[in-house]
Design a protein around this ligand. Sequence first.
Ligand code: NAG
Ligand code: NAG
Ligand code: NAG
Ligand code: NAG
Ligand code: NAG
Length: 312
Amino acid sequence: MGLLVRSLVVLLMILLSACLPIIRAQSRSSSARVLDSVLQDYAYRAFVRPRTGVPFDGTVPANLTGIKVSGMRLRSGSLRSRGVKSYKEFEIPVGVVVQPYVERLVLVYQNLGNWSSTFYPLSGYMYLAPVLGLLAYDAVNLSATNLSELDIRASINPIKIHFSNVQSVPDGSVARCLWFDLRGNVNFSNVVSKNTCATVQQGHFALVVERTAPSPAPSLAPAPSQVSHKKKRNTKKIWIIVGSVLGGILLLVLLGMLLVCLKKYRRKKKMQHMEKASDVGEALRMTSVGSGKAPAAMVTRTQPSLETEYAP
Ligand SMILES: *[C@@H]1O[C@H](CO)[C@@H](O)[C@H](O)[C@H]1NC(C)=O
Ligand SMILES: *[C@@H]1O[C@H](CO)[C@@H](O)[C@H](O)[C@H]1NC(C)=O
Ligand SMILES: *[C@@H]1O[C@H](CO)[C@@H](O)[C@H](O)[C@H]1NC(C)=O
Ligand SMILES: *[C@@H]1O[C@H](CO)[C@@H](O)[C@H](O)[C@H]1NC(C)=O
Ligand SMILES: *[C@@H]1O[C@H](CO)[C@@H](O)[C@H](O)[C@H]1NC(C)=O
């Protein structure tokens, strides 16, 4: 019984640890993340004859016209010790650290152009300039697709984003910076100087201003579409958990039944074995002739004594 309980607990732990990654993977699959993956592919395709530290502009598929993508390959050591003075709108200072360690990385630049509000919808705010992205990937295989991002962190000074082609800010409004991290979190911050934002991490960046016209009290909360997305995700999560737990219980019951059956089967087998053994014992005793307890098998084999009897 103790063994049964212990094995059930182990099984439950295995089930729980197996269902956690599913939940994590679920919450990361939004259309913007799919776009990141597509743009990584198209940025890497631009590296026909790659040179280190030079931006290469990629070509996006026709159904994404309006989005710009580039890739720049760098040694992680030189990124850290020298930074990049200017990569499109980004100014990367010294001290940017890459985790986990790779020898070379690619910084993929995205400019979402007129697709900004399609992939990053906002309510209560409007974009003053297209959403920009800066994402880091391993450069070891330039034909790789579906890569996951490396983590980059500015450890000394922040990375600066100098937005260009910025719409003029309406009177009385103040432009703010918006940062979308890769997990779908949104953070506001103040501009560090005119049209310039700062970040210590990768992600997507925008310059926004509150929409003042119709809504009297715009809130800092994320867009309603994102909230409903989150709700949907949460209910999905709950269903996954409920499903996993029910499945787990079912599995445990089945396992218990299996164990009981196994025990029964073993007992039955043992009984059969014992019965058989006694049968054989009886047969042996019956076949044994004269010199006590000779095994039955020897009796059924050719007997040299009989051969000599029939010899001519
Ligand atoms: C663009 O077209 C590709 C197929 O060529 C398709 O897989 C993808 O979903 C399309 N993307 C958009 C945003 O329509
Ligand atoms: C963005 O503009 C291009 C043309 O420059 C157009 O083909 C595309 O449909 C536009 N995208 C959106 C989301 O409006
Ligand atoms: C690079 O990635 C491509 C696509 O995933 C793969 O076919 C190829 O084998 C990889 N090359 C190396 C050297 O790993
Ligand atoms: C991309 O990778 C994820 C796991 O990292 C996997 O679930 C997905 O199927 C992959 N997609 C493609 C098109 O290979
Ligand atoms: C982002 O905002 C959340 C609250 O909205 C805060 O807890 C978190 O520390 C912020 N992250 C960064 C990196 O500023």
